[in-house]
Design a protein around this ligand. Structure first.
Ligand SMILES: Cc1cc2nc3c(=O)[nH]c(=O)nc-3n(C[C@H](O)[C@H](O)[C@H](O)COP(=O)(O)OP(=O)(O)OC[C@H]3O[C@@H](n4cnc5c(N)ncnc54)[C@H](O)[C@@H]3O)c2cc1C
Length: 469
């Protein structure tokens, strides 16, 4: 069959995700119309009209595919013929173990490849509402700064509670880095709640001296300011913890750090002065978020200050906290496993608007949305990538891996997420074994081996998903 017999798929937004989605669709032999508003209307952060403009840092983060989840997703995307990765590789600048790029060279390479592809037509226009019904297959990839009229249309379709304009991110900790000789499992007042056991939270106890030192550190910590166009998005129930600490030394002890209804299982006769609670964040139970700890502290300050909390002294963070202008939908409720809006068959979402975070992750979700859309147009079945791959674990998190919390204000517990090993299913029991000839095999060595095994498994499973082995 000639490729031109397919009617086009419309991709809205020519950023990291939309460019990758368009490329994947065209590479499958299906025509694409890519609608990008820059050139006609700008955003508050973009400075050029180039496709896939990097709005801030020029780094794609670690390129280590042997033991880093970001490096693994790079490698999987390269295997899948990613335009974003090929353009990054061709425009690399020295950055140690990271993949950093010449931002203009990178964006120029993506723009040229898209514009020169015979199956892709680029239209410079703002799409102001949901795609018309005659665009039977479409992908919305308009990013964190989706134009207001399209955002309003998405909100009308999904419901007010299911589109956020700011994220309010509390740090997420790898469960296996929490010291359970200090912490204990308990829900406040042992409440069982829907789906709970009465032991759903991990609790970290602080005595008065530790609490005061923690508050001093919070108040002294360096913070990131808001950009002028972001405004100051503080709303009830969602103040950064350092702002709460500044409002009064006892504020946190009467808020997210209140000790009431909790008994330290390791020391039941001594009431903690304050308690930090962590709640399970993903269905796998590998990640826990710090309840109520959204923050504007700089990343370096966060890691240092949060490791002052007893039990978190060796905490490994899957994600640090933040508060940014960011348009994103409540994907675990709204999207099916192929990124299609359940209420509008044929309409997919891709990129940061789905609740992933970062250039690479946005492009990765664009890659998947593009492949799913092309397969649908061609009447082919396309299974989702296995959960053991970086692509599959990120997709799984967005479309259902996150646990929705019943007890947080606003019920907006789904927050943007980077790819990290906490999203991967665990290894088979007994996979981590001391290598022959090695005398001391410490916790750190086991962690490195675990990451290596997870990486190798992911790459092997991704290759088989793509029919490459
Ligand atoms: C200020 C800021 C700083 C950031 N810094 C970093 C960083 O350092 N590192 C990192 O990894 N991530 C960073 N991010 C996140 C980054 O934006 C995303 O990771 C990435 O660009 C998202 O890719 P995307 O394709 O989803 O969205 P984008 O790359 O933003 O692409 C969306 C595109 O859609 C277009 N568009 C919007 N509305 C419409 C419409 N109605 N019709 C047609 N076109 C439309 C936009 O013009 C844009 O080109 C930052 C985000 C912001 C806002």
């Amino acid at each position: 069959m000639s490729t031109n017999t397919y009617s086009p798929i419309h991709v809205i937004g020519g950023g990291l995700a939309g460019s990758e989605a368009a490329w994947q669709i065209a590479s499958a032999g299906v025509p694409v119309v890519l609608h990008e508003m820059r050139g006609v209307r700008g955003t508050d952060a973009h400075k050029t009209d180039g496709l896939a403009e990097l709005v801030c840092s020029n780094s794609f983060r670690s390129d280590d595919a042997t033991a880093n989840a970001v490096g693994v997703i790079h490698a999987e995307m390269r295997l899948a013929g990613s335009l974003i990765m090929a353009s990054a590789d061709r425009n690399q600048v020295p950055a140690g173990g990271a993949l950093a790029v010449d931002r203009d060279g990178f964006s120029d390479a993506v723009t040229a490849a898209i514009q020169n592809h015979p199956l892709i037509t680029v239209v410079r226009e703002e799409v102001q509402g949901l795609p018309p019904r005659e665009w039977d297959l479409a992908v919305i990839a308009t990013g964190p700064l989706t134009s207001p009229s399209l955002a309003a249309a998405i909100q009308a379709e999904t419901g007010e509670d299911h589109l956020a304009f700011f994220d309010a991110i509390a740090p997420i900790v790898h469960r296996d880095s929490i010291d359970m000789d200090i912490c204990w499992y308990q829900s406040r007042y042992d409440k069982v709640g829907p789906g709970g056991t009465g032991k759903d939270y991990i609790n970290c106890p602080l005595d008065e001296e530790q609490y005061n030192a923690f508050i001093d550190a919070l108040i002294a910590g360096d913070t990131v300011g808001f950009k002028e166009w972001e405004g100051t998005p503080y709303f009830d129930g969602c103040l950064p913890i350092e702002v709460m600490a500044e409002r009064g030394r006892e504020t946190l002890r009467h808020g997210p750090m209140k000790p009431m209804g909790l008994t330290n299982a390791h020391n039941p006769t001594v009431k903690p002065y304050a308690v930090v609670q962590l709640r399970q964040d993903n269905a796998l139970g590998t990640l826990y978020n710090m309840v109520g700890f959204q923050t504007k502290l700089k990343y370096g300050a966060q890691a240092e200050i949060f490791r002052m909390i007893p039990g978190l002294q060796n905490a490994e963070f899957a994600r640090l906290g933040g508060l940014h202008r960011n348009t994103y939908i409540h994907s675990p409720i709204l999207l099916d496993k192929t990124l299609t809006l359940k209420s509008r068959p044929g309409l997919r979402f891709a990129g940061q608007i789905t609740g992933c975070e970062g250039y690479v992750e946005s492009a990765a979700i664009g890659l998947l949305a593009g492949r799913f859309a092309a397969a649908e147009r061609k009447g082919e079945a396309l299974s989702a990538p296995p959960a053991t791959t970086a692509l599959g674990s990120l997709l799984g998190h967005i479309t259902g891996g996150h646990l929705v919390s019943d007890d947080e204000p606003g019920k907006r517990s789904f927050q943007p997420m980077n790819v990290n090993f906490g999203l991967f299913p665990d290894l088979e029991p007994g996979s981590i074994v001391k290598p022959e000839g090695v005398k001391r095999f410490r916790g750190k060595d086991k962690t490195i081996m675990k990451r290596q095994l997870l990486s190798a498994r992911a790459l092997k499973d991704c290759a088989s998903w793509l029919g490459r082995n």
